[in-house]
Design a protein around this ligand. Sequence first.
Ligand code: G6P
Length: 600
Amino acid sequence: MCGIVGYIGELDAKEILVKGLEKLEYRGYDSAGIALGNEVGLTVVKEKGRVADLRSAVDWTIHSTTGIGHTRWATHGVPNQTNAHPHQSTSNRFSLVHNGVIENYQQLQKEHLHDVQMNSDTDTEVIVQLVEKFTKGGMKTEIAFRHTLSLLQGSYAIAMLDADETDVIFIAKNKSPLLVGIGEHFNVVASDAMAMLQVTDQYVELHDKEVVILRKEAIEISTLDGVIIERTPYTAELDMSDIEKGTYPHFMLKEIEEQSGVVRKIIQKYEDEHGELTIDTDVLTAINEADRLYIIAAGTSYHAGLIGKHYFEKIAGIPVEVHISSEFGYNMPLLSDKPLFIFITQSGETADSRQVLVKIKALGYPSVTITNSPGSTLSREADHTLLLHAGPEIAVASTKAYTAQVAVLAIVAYVAAKERGETVVIDLKRELAIAANAIQTLVDSKAEMKQIAHEFLAVSRNAFLIGRNLDYYVSLEGALKVKEISYIQAEGFAGGELKHGTIALIEEGTPVFALVTQKTVSLNIRGNVKEVVARGANPCIISMEGLEEEGDCLVLPKVHALLTPLAAVIPMQLISYYAALYRGCDVDKPRNLAKSVTVE
Ligand code: G6P
C-alpha cells in the first residue's frame, strides 16, 4: 500500500527521499509527493502518476536537509494531484504524509473543522488541519500532534513537518507499519527498511500508538501519553541486490527465475544438524495440541493455503479449514474446541488478515504466522513465526512467495506428521529438491511459455483455467496471475464444475488452460477438456510427464504428486508475464493494485 519516507540530517534530502520513494513505489503508485523544510519554510511538490513524474517536477535547486515523502494507493478520494500527499494545513505551516485509514474523519471534521475549507477528499487532510487548529488555539506543535492522535480512530503511519520548526519530524504509528532508521548525523523514517537501505541498515521498530520526535542527532520514542521508551535497534538483513532488478527487464521475471533457488534455500533453512527437515518445536507443539487448523489468508496466500490444507490433511491427518481473511473476521464460523490459527502472508502486513489475528487473540486462541517478512506486524503479533526465506518480493504479482509458501506448508505438515507417528510415504527433502530442478527446467524453457502466451492470450478477451484436486488450486492461482497483470478476465475452475453453469461462457476460440498433473483424476479432467472443445474452446493442456498425450501444449518434468503445484504454477506465471508484455501492460505495477494492502 502507500509508502512513507522521511530524512533529517546534513545531506540534501531531495534525492534521498525520491530514491526512497522509488524503492517503495511497488506499494502504491497513483501519485507521489515530497515536502522539504528549510529556513524559508516548507516546499511541497506532488504529482499524479509515478515517482518518475514527481522526479521531473521537483525543483532540484531548493536546498533542504529535512523532508518527508509519500507514494499513494488511493483509498479516500480519486488519484489526482490534490489528493496526493503530503497534505498541507490551510496556512501551509504543516505538511503531513499518512498511510492507513482514519475511520472517524468525517465526524472529526464536523466536530472540529466546520470552519476550515478542506482542499482534498482525503481522510488524511483532517489530521493536518486538526494539528493546525489546535496550535492556533495555543498548543505547542508536539502537544497539538499528540492531541490530534488521541482523537483518531483507525490505522495510521504519519510523518509531519512544521514550517516553524524544521529541525524535527513528528512521527506516529498505529496499525500501519513504520520504522525509524538511525545514521551518523542523520535519522530517517520509512514504512519499509528497503526505502532507506541506501543510507542505513540500522532500524528501530515502532509499536502501535507510539510517537517519535525525530531530530538529526536524536530519536525520542514515547507512548501517546508521553512515557519515554528505550528500544534497541536491529540490523536490516536486506541486500541492495535483493531489491534491484539487475539485468532483468522486470522484477516479476527475476522473481520467477529465483524460485528454484528459493525452494533449495527453504530446504536448507528447515534442516537440522542431521540433515532432517524440522520446524520450531513450539510450533510443532501448538499444532499437536490443536484439534483443527484454521488457515487465514488473502489473494495468492489464500491459494497457497488451499494447498496447505491438502498437505495437513493428507500427510498429517489434521483437519483444516481455509478462510479468506476479509470474510472470516466478520462472519466467523463455529470454531472447534482447540483451534490453531495459521496466517499465511507474504508481506505480514495485510490488514484483512491482521484484523482476524486481533480478534482471535482477544478470544485467547494461539496463532502462527507464515511470512516472508521478518519483523512484520503479523509476525510480531502472532505467538509464533515461520519464515519463507524467499527474499524481498517486489513485483506486485506474487510468484516466489507462493512457491515458498507451498514448500514451507509441505514441510510443516510433513514434520507434524512424523511427530504424530503417521506413516509418511514421501521423502520430502528429496522430492522438494526434485521439484526445485523441475522449476529450473521450466524457467529455462520460458521461450515455450512465450509462444503459448502469444498463441492463446495476446488478444483474448477472457480465458479459463481448469484442474481437479491440487490442479484446481493451481488453476485459481494461475487465473489470478493472468488477471492481475494482463487484465484478461480469467477464471480458475474445478474441472468438473465448469459444466454446471460457466460452460455457457465458452465460445469459438475461448482459451482454456487445463492442468493434468494428478493421475487419479487425469481421465476426468481430459473428459472436461473434451466438453469445452466440443463447444469451440481452444485448449492448452499442460500435463505432467507420465500423464502426457499427443497434442498437449506443454509437458512438465515429473515431480511427486503432492508437489505438482510447485511445477504447474511456473508455466502459468510465465504465460501471464508474456501475455502482459504482448498486451503492453505494466508488469511490475499493474493498474489498481498494491503489493501490501494495509487497509481493510
Ligand atoms: C495484495 C497483493 C497480492 C497478495 C495479497 C495478500 O492483494 O496484491 O499479491 O496475494 O495482497 O498479501 P499477503 O502479503 O498477505 O500475502
